[in-house]
Design a protein around this ligand. Structure first.
Ligand code: SF4
Ligand code: SF4
Length: 437
């Protein structure tokens, strides 16, 4: 158990937590009776799924629910499907929630062995790995990726998950690096680690670079600037500059899957409870948050806040049945007295957000457009797309305006509008070509 004060956040320079050199092993937390796997859908939940309640599944089995949708999940347990129900996540993203009653007489699915490493194999079988590997970027033929950056530090405060993976699973990371080079053809791999932990990596097939420990140095755009020397222009993404980011846990999971012939289903995460105590935990993907909190007798009172991710960039959840996902690196429980609840106070033009913003955005002006839902104007005139999504503005705002949440929503809506426009253009072009033929 690691005990740290949450009060570090009040320093003018906000520091990432560095784990001690000798990190205790994660504590194992088992799911009590069920796991729930969130299978992405394309919004249309009317198609008949390929599995139904009562079906038996094995640990490591691929569950692809819909014939016209390449998405799938990997069963993290052996048991019977109890239910498949619609689920709506952040920003209205739709999922089918597959709940499985656990049978402790575990049966492993066909081993994932004798597989020739390839990107197609990884996309088809290893998308639901702990750490959530970003194959879609590597597989996108419109992007030219020349560098894979492995994040050995979590991007949010108080979360030590990927630091732990780097300190404990270097051999798996090394194997994963070799496989990533083989399947992607990308030769340059850069492992970024916490500044003080750069020693002892030996030859792992990657450049090892230390990061500054001041928040938000571990955010991808900051790594691009400080480590790779590239500034990502407003409106562009790191992949547009040739860089693909993956977590250390994802790379270690790829190494384990190909070398051990078994798809990993256990997730490492950092639990931060109300008194600031941090614990590293190992649990099965799909474990309800409730089971983890029960193990440590964490009681949740009305208005306490449960955050998935870290305190600066995480998202609040409202049900203890919410499961651990492949990318759940942290769970932070805030007592209601510590939770900065959003208010409906207006901006008082104090300028705190402007002074704190690392992207030098006129946040006090930006927020006015965001509050009015004028997202395009916010992008065109007030640098919305230069925002690196650090959340510092929300943290310092004396009026407790949920600026970061507004920014995330605005970017999501703009991306959605762009995707819809691209689809419509494609359909119009196809229709015109068909009419001309
Ligand atoms: S989240 Fe706020 S502080 Fe951070 S870059 Fe964006 S506008 Fe600036
Ligand atoms: S910190 Fe909040 S109140 Fe102050 S200028 Fe920024 S948005 Fe307005």
């Amino acid at each position: 158990m690691l005990k740290k004060s949450f009060l570090g956040l009040t320093n003018s320079r906000i520091e990432y937590e560095l784990l001690p050199v000798k990190v205790p092993e994660p504590e194992k937390v088992a799911a009590a009776q069920t796991v729930t796997l969130l299978h992405p859908t394309n919004g249309d939940q009317s198609a008949a799924p390929a599995f139904r309640a009562g079906d038996r599944v094995k640990t490591g089995q691929k569950l692809a629910l819909f014939a016209d949708n390449p998405a799938y999940v990997i069963s993290s347990v052996t048991g019977n499907i109890a239910s498949i129900s619609p689920y709506t996540g952040n920003f209205g993203k739709t999922y089918s929630a597959i709940t499985i009653n656990i049978d402790h007489n575990e049966k492993l699915d066909e081993p994932f062995e004798n597989q020739t490493p390839s990107l197609d194999t990884a996309v088809a079988h290893l998308a639901f790995l702990p750490g959530n590997p970003a194959y879609s970027i590597l597989a996108d033929t419109e992007k030219t990726i020349n560098t894979i950056v492995i994040a050995g530090v979590d991007d949010d405060l108080l979360i030590g998950t990927n630091q732990y993976i780097v300190s404990s699973a270097l051999n798996d990371i090394k194997k994963g690096i070799g496989i990533l080079k083989e399947i992607s053809g990308v030769e340059r791999i850069v492992l970024v680690t916490a500044g003080e932990s750069m020693q002892g990596y030996g030859n792992i097939g990657a450049e090892v670079k230390g990061l500054d420990t001041g928040y938000p140095a571990a955010l991808p755009r900051m790594i691009m600037k400080d480590v790779l020397g590239e500034v990502v222009p407003a409106g562009s993404h790191c992949e547009d500059m040739g860089a693909c980011f993956m977590s250390a846990e994802a790379v270690a999971s790829i190494g384990k899957a190909f070398v051990n012939g078994q798809i990993p289903v256990n997730k490492i995460l950092t639990l931060v409870t109300k008194d600031g105590t941090q614990r590293l935990i190992e649990t099965t993907i799909g474990t309800p948050i409730r089971d983890i909190l029960d193990k440590y007798d964490v009681s949740i009172n009305e208005e306490d806040r449960i955050i998935l991710g870290g305190p600066m960039r995480g998202s609040a959840i409202y049900s203890l049945d919410h499961p651990v996902m492949p990318d759940t690196n942290g769970i932070v429980i805030l007592d209601r007295k510590d939770a900065a609840y959003a208010s409906d106070y207006p901006c008082i033009n104090c300028g705190e957000c402007v002074r704190a913003c690392p992207a030098q955005i006129q946040v006090h002006m930006l927020v006015r457009f965001l509050e009015a839902g004028q997202f395009e104007e916010a992008a065109d005139n007030y640098d919305l797309l230069s925002c690196i999504e650090c959340g510092i503005c929300s943290f310092v705002c004396v009026s407790r305006i949920p600026i970061f949440q507004y920014i995330k929503l605005a970017k999501y809506e703009l991306d959605r509008a762009k995707a819809t426009e691209a689809t419509e253009t494609e359909e119009t072009t196809e229709a015109t070509e068909a009419a001309d033929a």
